[in-house]
Design a protein around this ligand. Sequence first.
Ligand code: RIB
Ligand code: CA
Length: 317
Amino acid sequence: MTTARRILIDTDPGIDDAMAIFYALASPELDVVGLTTVFGNAHTDVCTTNALRLLDIAGRPDIPVAQGASRPLAMNYRGPVAFVHGDDGQGNVHLPPSTRAAVPVHAAQFIIDTVMAEPDEITVVLLGPFTNMALAMLMHPGLTSFVKEIVVMGGAAFTSGNASPASEANILNDPEAADIVFGADCPITMAGLDVTHRITMTNEDLAAFGRTPGPRAAHLAAIVPYYAGFYRDRNHVDGIYVHDSTTISYLLAPHLFTWKELPIRVDTGHSVCRGRTLPALHDSDEEGPWQGRRAVRILTDVDARGAIDLELEHLAR
Ligand code: RIB
Ligand code: CA
């Protein structure tokens, strides 16, 4: 029997973050060693409360939560997106507070301590702005040579953005941090809009949560309609894009995906292109601003039905 892959999830829960966290927890192939929280879909303290409550709901109060950055590295926080995730980040269901608290260590330090305790064993999954990981890299240069892999939901390499025409939301929330993380010295996989916009979980698919027993499915059945309402009203989509869960589907079933491997820089200028994730398309580009960067595995296509069925099957457990 193979041992479970040890993953640390950095997150801004967030409705699709909740789905991804429950999906990971339902996967025996994965061992979630901790959650770290960041601003993004809501303020950081709200995201921390949500992370603790999601673990309570999942019956996993043994998993530590470390609170992280409350603002980006070099700009002001753009603010919560209540119209996507609700005032509370969880579809306005207003969860009661958890009975436990976050551990008394900053998320960036928690990432460093977790990685260095088990060199080459920890996969870091980023589901919000990349601020905590970037801080960890600044605090501990060389850290990422001990990271097994970084898998991110973020970016749009060959397609347009969702938070601006140029940028995906997690990147636009902290472009400077994203540019640091894409320079990491370990394998990096990017599940950006190139692939997540190919995976629509329809309202018919989502109805499965209401038919599934257990507290995880009950919570998803309560929160997902708010997210689906955003997609219906703003994007005319029947269902939702399962952005954050795509990282987990990739870890469980990479054979469902296709990719290109190219180094990436992030536009940190203050133009309309701020936050754009730019791959080096030609060999000659790699001598310029991309010089010395490892190629990022950019997911570009997917067996969408396969990924949805895999996730639904896990979330029904
Ligand atoms: O662009 C999608 C991403 O932004 C997801 O991580 C979602 O949760 C939001 O943070
Ligand atoms: Ca997220």
